[in-house]
Write a protein that binds this ligand. Structure first.
Ligand code: NAI
Ligand code: PYR
Ligand code: MG
Length: 568
């Protein structure tokens, strides 16, 4: 149909598509920017209005239309449509206006996008692998349109951000994540494939919505679920032996089980566990530049001991061990609080991922508690006096005023990360945290928040989101030709972002580079990840200059190339 050019280059794209077939192909459509000569050669006269435009003009036109909508959800739907109509233009707008567009194509608005996915579905993008089609997975993947695929993001829609089970509507997340692979790391859209494993939904609203696009069935679970996922993964390995497979927004134990099961069989990682951990570490390391309290002296309370909570704790534990603590000392610094309170030895239902972080009963025996039979977050804050408080519970407002004020009494600069998404699920708002700590809190949020004005000071709010990590990890994996993804690759990714923190040179600076620098961040992450992949023996070794060339050769810029007609 058309040949992918070397991505970094402006060499012509060769295609045999003409006329309507050309302008309706999102990856080739240039709208009114087709030149006079191209209109002659590709028989576009009449299909397009006579005006010949530029991409800059198109960006302005689209922005004007987008801004005229009343709601962000309408803007989301508009941008999804643009992506499915003219992909180059979609990315050109995104990259030039990251600040404005990231919250629309990603969190928080993508959450609404998933909730209302069935109402706005218009054109195929990615693959829905539905349980009733389980015998056809290989056939579906075999389509030649997917020959170039190098990165897959897959979800089963069960834990979409903090919004719970969205069934097939969860497809909005793989689409959004892969938009960031292209937007932040320049991975060409044709190398990416969003996949939704449609194994049913337990969301009653979705099941009873006549417009619901998914398989109308309660979720399959247990052995049937595992066999289905196995069928999917083995078909993926067969079709693309070197693909990078990212697991996203799987619920509860499925996330860690699937990662453990497949991480040695293909090049794969779980973003909620590993990507989140890396950016939480970056933000904490940046905060340490401000507080001066070394990592080895930090006490860390985590609300929500699920995928993200355990992933963050595991990586921070490793970083603490690297900083000089032994493992036993480091474990004592973690206080993980889940639905039933602080994780304690002997508690029922402790998962394998939580096991390293259960506290000894001895530690809490003299604590003063609100209720004798359960140790809640307030009790932890009062007694353990954490220096860091991280929220990955999906529970709106769980960082209450008493909790935050108590923490601020014990710590000069409380480090507080309400990481749950979307905005409506945040454990506290930055405004609250600043007020309750008299402006002393160092804050990282999962979703974007506007700057906070407090007395005569303005606080920029940093977005502690895995979007700083996964696009660069993907680019690094591709550039290195890595066969597996190691934990150390996430560790270095986290450290690189910390090294780019404005706090390295300015203790009053913001914690993270602003999101409009995500392209530079992703390239730096990619470089470090690729070098680590080589050091870990999961990629062939090459010198750094070669690596840089490979990264440059992959990074695609959204601009129009000239076209050449291939006569069949
Ligand atoms: N900022 C970021 O980059 C990321 C943010 N997240 C957010 O973190 C949240 C959790 O994600 P996962 O860990 O993947 O989900 P998960 O479902 O694996 O874990 C959530 C945990 O919170 C616990 N929980 C629920 N209610 C609670 C309560 N009242 N008190 C204490 N614990 C409670 C659950 O029992 C569960 O263990 C979501 O809102 C998600 O959007 C997740 C990944 C990345
Ligand atoms: C950011 C992300 O991956 C989540 O909230 O699940
Ligand atoms: Mg996620």
């Amino acid at each position: 149909m058309y040949e992918l050019p070397a991505f970094g280059s402006d060499s012509p794209i060769r295609t045999h598509l003409t006329g309507y077939d050309l302008v309706t192909k999102p990856m080739l459509n240039k709208g009114m920017a087709f030149s006079e000569r191209e209109r002659d050669v590709f028989r576009l006269h009449g299909l397009l209005p006579p005006h010949i435009g530029t991409i800059d003009e198109q960006i302005e036109r689209r922005l004007r239309v987008m801004r005229a909508f009343n709601t962000d959800f309408e803007r989301y739907a508009f941008l999804r449509d643009l992506q499915d109509t003219n992909e180059t233009l979609f990315y050109a707008v995104l990259i030039r206006h990251f600040d404005e567009l990231l919250p629309l194509v990603y969190t928080p608005t993508v959450g609404e996008g998933c909730q209302h996915f069935s109402e706005i579905w218009r054109k195929p993008r990615g693959l829905f692998l539905s349980y009733p089609n389980r015998h056809r997975i290989r056939e579906i993947l075999s389509d030649s349109r997917f020959d170039h695929v190098r990165v897959i993001v897959v979800s089963d829609g069960e834990r979409i951000l903090g919004l719970g089970d969205q069934g097939a509507g969860g497809m909005g997340i793989p689409i959004g994540k892969l938009s960031l692979y292209t937007g932040c790391a320049g991975i060409h859209p044709d190398l990416t494939l969003p996949i939704l494993l449609d194994v049913g939904t337990n969301n009653h609203e979705r099941l009873t919505n006549p417009l619901y696009i998914g398989w109308r069935h309660e979720r399959i679970v247990g052995a049937e679920y595992d066999v289905f996922v196995e069928e999917f993964v083995s078909a993926v390995i067969e079709r693309w032996p070197n693909v990078l497979l990212q697991w996203e927004d799987f619920a509860g134990s499925n996330a860690s089980r699937m990662l453990a099961k497949y991480r040695d069989r293909l090049c794969t990682f779980n973003d909620d566990i590993q990507g989140t951990a890396a950016i939480a570490a970056s933000t904490l390391l940046a905060a340490i530049n401000v507080t001066g309290i070394p990592l080895t002296h930090q006490r860390i309370a985590v609300l929500g001991a699920g995928s993200a909570g355990c992933g963050i704790s595991s990586l921070l534990l490793r970083v603490m061990v690297d900083a000089g603590l032994n493992e036993e000392q480091a474990r004592k610094a973690f206080f993980l609080v889940d639905r039933n309170g602080l994780l304690l030895e002997g508690m029922e239902g402790i998962t394998p991922a939580q096991t390293p972080f259960v506290q000894q009963r001895d530690v809490v025996k003299d604590w003063s508690l609100g209720k004798p039979d359960q140790i809640g977050l307030f009790d932890v804050v009062r007694n353990a006096k954490p220096t860091v408080l991280i929220g990955v519970s999906g529970q709106t407002g769980a960082f209450t005023e008493p909790v935050v004020r108590e923490m601020a009494q014990n710590v000069e600069r409380p480090v507080i990360f309400p990481l749950s998404n979307p905005t409506s699920r945040s454990e506290a708002t930055p405004q609250q945290l600043i007020e309750w700590t008299d402006g002393r809190a160092l804050i990282g949020t999962g979703s974007p928040f506007a700057p906070v004005q407090w007395h005569d000071r303005r606080f920029d709010i940093d977005q502690t989101n895995n979007s700083y990590i996964f696009p660069g990890v993907g680019l690094g994996v591709l550039a290195a030709g890595a066969k597996r993804v190691t934990d150390a690759m996430f560790m270095v990714a986290g450290k690189v972002v910390a090294d780019m923190s404005p706090t390295v040179s300015d203790p009053h600076g913001r914690l993270l580079p602003p999101v409009d620098q995500l392209r530079a961040v992703s390239v730096a992450v990619a470089r470090a990840v690729a070098i680590q992949a080589q050091a870990d023996g999961v990629a062939d070794v090459c010198d750094e200059a070669t690596l840089d060339k490979r990264i440059q050769a992959i990074v695609w810029e959204p601009r129009y190339r000239p076209y050449e007609l291939v006569v069949a």
